[in-house]
Each structure stands twice: as C-alpha cells, then as structure tokens.
Write a protein that binds this ligand. Sequence first.
Ligand SMILES: [Zn+2]
Length: 229
Amino acid sequence: MVNRSGAREGAGAGRSVPAAPRSRAYPEAVDRLIERLADLPGIGRRSAERLAFHLLKSDEAAAMALARAIADVKRTVRHCSVCSNFAEGDPCAICTDATRDRSTVLVVEQPKDLIALEQTGMYKGLYHVLMGRLSPLDGIGPEELTAGDLLARVDDPAKNPGGVPIREVVLGLNPTLEGDGTALYLAEELHKRSVAVSRLARGLPSGSQLEYANKAVLADAILGRQKVE
Ligand SMILES: [Zn+2]
C-alpha cells in the first residue's frame, strides 16, 4: 500500500499538478481539509483523502483531540534560544540542567538526533541543534542554519548556560555527503577559535557482520580504528 501510493504520489508529482480530474463532489470543508493534509510532507492527495475520510468517520472527541494537540504544540512549543532544540520553556530542560557538563557541546542536525543520543544515556554535555545541514544546491547556507548561534556560544561564554566557556565541540552530523560538508565547514570555523573539535566515531554498527558491511563503512572503520587497551 505504501509503495503504491508512494509511486503515485512521488516527489513533485501530486500537488503541483493542478488536480485536473478532481470532482467537486466533496463539500467545501472536506476539500479544504484534504488540501491542508496534502500540504504535509510525504502525504499525497490519495493519502490526504484517506486521512480526511478517517477523520470524518471517527467520533468528534477524537478528531477534536487531534485539532487541540496541533493548536497546543504551536502555542506552547518554541525553539530554545540557546541550543534551538524544541522546548516548552526557554531555555530548554537540558540547557537549564546545572548537573550537565556545560563545557561540552554536541552539534546535531535535527531535534530527533538529539533525542536519539539522549536515549543512550551516555552523554552528559549540552547540545546545539543546527536545524538542518548545509546544502548549497538547495540554497541552504550557514545563515539558514543556527551555525552563527553556535559560534557565538563558543566566542562568548555569556551566551552559554551558566556563563561556562565551551572547551569542546563534538560534531554529531549524519555521515552523508551534506553532513560531512557541514562538519567540514564547522570544523574550519571552530579551528579559528580556541576550542577542541571532535566528531562522533563511525564505522561498524554493533551487532553487524563484516561481510555485510559496505565499503564506505569498512573504510571508516579502518580509519577510525581504536587501540585495544
Ligand atoms: Zn536548550
């Protein structure tokens, strides 16, 4: 089902083509709902119709709960003014937690990367969420990200929680072409400053087998080999 709708609604196809054969059979409010749903990422017109019909069929309380959840999230959730993570308070719970190591900042692309790292329970420093990665072809430069805020935090301890100077920046970008490009840009900027720069290790995932790993993963694993103590 996913494949079928995915194929029909593939990027660029669905919405931008003026829905030619669209009948006006739906009441206007239903049409409006379908159009709003179809504006969401990954939702084409067919999926939007399916969701709209589901909402029409579901009882009023469930539908209103969804509407309220959307309204609440837009009203109460903001970006943390320090690290740009989603937060209900400002600064966020991580930035205000005085038990964390405020001299270390781990840079990630998206809030969901931060959540994944937090769930390991292995990291006790602070974060900085870039809200994307450099992508020159899509017109995304450093100004479109929160890179300037990160450099300001490094330059001016007053902009880091507790006024603590940042001693190490850990680059936790995705190991993709654009993630690597972004890490390179940040490393160059950070090396102009007196701060240590590191990046997350990459290589073989735990529980994997050498014979199934691709060449890039194996190359990273060889380059990033570690001393056995
Ligand atoms: Zn924060």
